[in-house]
Ligand binder design. Structure first.
Ligand code: BT5
Length: 260
């Protein structure tokens, strides 16, 4: 991992537009950092990347393991003109962007587990966390920060005990310049998709790459767990599930578990 170093120049040469990039050695969380520094005047596409996070987090404040140098931990500032109830589209568009970038740079087949996990060979290699600020008057987003954590390589001491059965790395052999290329390819695609969220160009790909459709899943709501079959994903990226008593419901976020 000492040969694949993240650098500004290395990223910039693959970017389709000159998005501002900031690289930090170490931070609690790139999402939290970007939230603090972003304001009305911060440009869209502003990206913060950390070599390590001490308090990386996922949804419901769960820990996202972010060890030094084996992964990419990045947050991108977006300013899409969407309302609160379409925010899930940012997460889905990001999932598609990440899969496409992985395939282009690493030639690996990447799939999506609704809503926000990227899977390779049945292991989670990436998690996405989108967090937005809403203008109370317009009910539209002022900005959305999209955080992406990728396990590019297996950490030198292996994955932590609590994730070792579910986590995987994108590649097994170190490649010089790979992280820079991946970062740039992800930024290029996310900014482009986020300008066209209403056209939902990514939606068909999102569905095709999703591994949950047709599978038996456990729907988790608080302490309640119910078995259901995942039937479809609708145009708002909601998951249609059918419970054992044949009742159906559309899940718009929340939690399902699926044995991979
Ligand atoms: C996520 O949440 O997977 C979203 C993770 C987003 C992380 C990025 S890194 C840059 C930015 N800054 C942040 O602070 N966050 C974002 P969720 O779906 O809630 O999944 C969390 C669960 O994934 C944990 O409870 C573990 O089971 C598992 N997990 C934690 N670390 C992992 C890792 N490195 N690889 C694979 N799985 C992991």
């Amino acid at each position: 991992m000492n040969n694949d170093i993240i650098t500004k120049d290395g990223i910039e040469k693959h970017l389709s537009s000159p998005y501002p990039i900031e690289i930090l050695e170490n931070v609690n969380s790139t999402n939290r950092y970007l939230k603090k520094i972003s304001c009305k005047d911060t440009n869209e596409g502003y990206t913060v990347i950390a070599l390590q996070q001490t308090d990386g987090h996922g949804r419901f404040n769960r820990k996202f393991h972010s060890p030094e140098s084996s992964g990419i931990y990045m947050s991108i500032l977006l300013k899409p003109t969407i309302t609160a109830n379409t925010a899930v589209l940012v997460t889905s568009a990001t999932a598609v962007a990440v899969c496409e970038a992985i395939e282009k740079c690493c030639n690996k087949k990447a799939q999506i587990k609704w809503v926000n996990d990227i899977i390779i060979n049945s292991k989670k290699v990436c998690g996405i966390l989108a967090e937005g600020t809403i203008n109370p008057e317009s009910q539209k987003f002022e900005s959305i920060i999209v955080g992406i954590g990728l396990n590019v390589y297996t950490p030198p001491n292996g994955f932590a005990e609590e994730i070792k059965d579910i986590a995987g790395a994108i590649v097994c052999k170190e490649e010089k310049g790979l992280k820079n290329k991946l970062i740039a390819e992800i930024i290029n695609r996310i900014v482009s998709y986020s300008h066209n969220l209403d056209k939902k160009t990514f939606l068909e790909v999102y569905k095709k790459r999703n591994i949950v459709i047709g599978k038996t899943v456990t729907v988790i709501k608080g302490d309640i767990k119910k078995t259901a079959k995942a039937i479809d994903i609708d145009d708002s990226c909601r998951l249609l599930v059918e419970f054992q008593d044949k009742t159906k419901t559309l899940l718009d976020s929340g939690e399902i578990s699926l044995r991979l």
